[in-house]
Design a protein. Structure first.
Length: 279
C-alpha cells in the first residue's frame, strides 16, 4: 500500500520528536556526570564548560557503592535463576498435563498481577519476621528475604508467559522424544527447553530487571550491610550537600549490566514476548 507523502513526513517528524524526548534525559545525565559539582549546581547548560571524569572515581569512595553493587547482583541474579527454574517446571506441567484445577491455577497466577505491590509490603514483612522467629533464621534484613520477595513478584508472570510459550511448541516433539526412549524429564531438558530458549530468555530479563531497580521493598527489608543499589544511590544526598554529578555518574555505571544484557539478548526478548503472549 502506497503511503502519502504527508504521512511519511508526519511519521518522520513524530519519530524524531519522540527520539529527542527520549534521549534528552540521557544526554543531561551524561553531561552532568562529567561536570564539576559547582557547574551542575549553577544554571543548567547544554554544553559543559569544563569536563572532568573525577565523579566516576569518587562514586566508589563517597558511599560503599561496590558493596551495594554486589548486593544487587546477588539478589537479582539469585531471584532470576530461581524464577526461571521454578517457572520452567511449573509452566511445563500446566501446558502439557491435564489435572483438576489447571485453568483455575492459570487464572490465579495471572490475577496476582492485578494488585499493586504495596499491598503485599506489610504481609510479606510480617511473614518474614515470624518465619525467622520460628525457625531461628536471621531472615529480617537479609538478602535471602529480598530474594524471596522478588521471587513472589516475578514468578507468576514468568509461569503465565512460559506456559503460553510452551503451548506454542508442538507436542509432537515431546512424543518423538518419548518414542526414542526419553522420559518426561529428559524430554523437557533435551527437547522442549532448547525450543523455548527465546521465552526463557525473556522471562530471565524480566525477572532480573524487576529485582535490579526495585526500591519499595528494598528500603524496608534491607539493612546497611544488605542495601542494594536502588536504595544506596540516595546516600549521595546528605544534609549538607547533594552530589549531583556523582549521582549521574553512578546511575550510568549501575545501568551498564541491564543495558548490556538487553542489547545482547534483545533478539530473544522480542520472540519470547510475542510467542508467549499468544496461545
Amino acid at each position: 500500500m502506497h503511503e502519502p507523502r504527508w504521512f511519511k513526513i508526519l511519521r518522520v517528524v513524530g519519530l524524531s520528536a519522540l527520539a529527542v524526548f527520549t534521549l534528552a534525559p540521557l544526554y543531561v545525565m551524561v553531561t552532568s556526570a562529567i561536570k564539576p559539582l559547582p557547574d551542575v549546581q549553577r544554571r543548567f547548560q547544554w554544553f559543559p564548560s569544563e569536563v572532568t571524569f573525577s565523579p566516576f572515581v569518587d562514586i566508589w569512595s563517597t558511599i560503599p557503592l561496590a558493596r551495594y553493587f554486589i548486593n544487587s547482583l546477588i539478589v537479582a541474579g539469585c531471584a532470576t535463576v530461581l524464577s526461571v527454574l521454578v517457572a520452567i517446571f511449573a509452566s511445563y506441567a500446566v501446558s502439557r498435563y491435564r489435572f483438576r484445577g489447571r485453568n483455575l491455577f492459570r487464572i490465579g497466577v495471572l490475577s496476582t498481577q492485578m494488585f499493586p505491590g504495596i499491598l503485599f509490603l506489610l504481609p510479606l514483612y510480617l511473614l518474614i519476621v515470624n518465619v525467622g522467629q520460628l525457625t531461628g533464621l536471621a531472615l529480617s534484613g537479609s538478602r535471602l528475604a529480598l530474594i524471596i520477595t522478588y521471587l513472589t513478584f516475578s514468578l507468576p508472570f514468568s509461569i503465565w508467559m512460559l506456559a503460553g510459550y510452551f503451548d506454542s511448541i508442538p507436542r509432537d516433539l515431546d512424543e518423538a522424544a518419548l518414542v526414542d526412549g526419553a522420559g518426561p524429564l529428559r524430554a523437557l531438558l533435551r527437547v522442549v527447553i532448547p525450543a523455548a530458549r527465546p521465552g526463557i530468555v525473556a522471562v530471565a530479563i524480566y525477572s532480573f530487571m524487576t529485582a535490579w531497580g526495585e526500591t519499595l521493598f528494598a528500603s524496608v527489608m534491607t539493612v546497611d550491610a544488605t542495601r542494594t543499589l536502588a536504595i544506596g544511590l540516595r546516600e549521595y544526598s546528605t544534609q549538607t550537600a547533594v552530589y549531583w554529578n556523582q549521582i549521574m555518574a553512578a546511575s550510568l555505571v549501575v545501568s551498564i549490566p541491564v543495558v548490556t544484557g538487553f542489547l545482547l539478548l534483545q533478539r530473544y526478548l522480542v520472540r519470547g514476548l510475542t510467542a508467549g503472549a499468544v496461545r
